[in-house]
Design a protein around this ligand. Sequence first.
Ligand code: ATP
Length: 358
Amino acid sequence: MPIALSKFDEVRLDHVSRDFGSLNALRDVSLTIKRGEFIALLGPSGCGKSTTLNCIAGLLPVTGGSIWLDKTRVDTLKPEERGFGMVFQNYALFPHLNVRQNIGFGLKMRNTPRVEMERKIDEAVALVRLKGQEHKLPGQLSGGQQQRVAIARAIVIEPPLVLMDEPLSNLDAKLRLEMRAEIRRIHNELGATTIYVTHDQDEALSLADRIVVLRDGVIRQVGTPKELYEAPAHLDVADFMGFRNKLKGKVIANDGDGRAVIDVEGATFRGVTRQALPIGAAAFVAIRPDDLMLGEPGINALKATVETIEYRGREFVGTARSAQGADFVFRSHHSIAPGGSIHLTASDDRVLVFADQA
Ligand code: ATP
């Protein structure tokens, strides 16, 4: 029988919190993950991603709430009783054990019969494409190969859930891309359920079925990559999804039908909103650098002075500053000398409007 991950319907975090003294690292986190999903936990440093993963793994006790695998409460169980597969950023391989021994470690701990153990190791080695490397020590392997050993070791025990904490952050950019594809392939081939911690927006967008964005220990938004990329619900989520240009202004009109008009430094911006925005309230417009272009004075155009301009192959990327000191990143089809006066513009449907502090 090939490696078969344990079957269950869902993992559920029910109002989970974790405090470190007076610091609330996780606050009232509720989340249901279905079997077969690839979930990315995304957010800036210190937002609680690793704490969430470690609470699920059992490496950290929760201080409130509970964690369930179907109808079984698991937050009260020891890590080895939960039996989840873990892959860490630093691989955590045993340096004195070869590839086969590292991969087989968990099976040995479970007193798996020898023949079955050898067969499962063979399958895991094949799955992570390490044939021919089995008798090497970790020190004789590249970073990517070590990461493959760590993945094989996590899945060979046939866990219900695979937990990965920034597994690619020690690899160079090219290898990161390769291993990213490998991780998704292995997930698909196994029919695994994976929870993957990352602070890299691209990694989360390309790997996950659903992304959970955390900030200050709180879930800010859960959605598919497309939902988060196209319709971030809050300014901080938008920021994480690449809306680098954030301009503060005041609401001057709100048609109640998803469009609002904001005054920014005397210029008028029209954009999309999903929030109730009272007239006169402080608000932000958020625009991706890719969507902010040179234009003419008018609606959705702000006067600015070019600060820097860089050639990027197909186009130029510039930075500019408004009269009141707001900074922008924009793109342009041609070069403009620093110091030059320009108008930057974006189409209505590329401008998102958020309430201040929302
Ligand atoms: P990073 O991307 O930097 O790893 P993260 O989102 O994984 O960040 P966590 O490691 O979960 O963040 O930390 C969340 C918060 O809890 C941070 O403010 C951190 O300083 C704090 N924290 C984490 N572990 C401990 C600990 N053992 N003792 C005290 N505070 C801790």
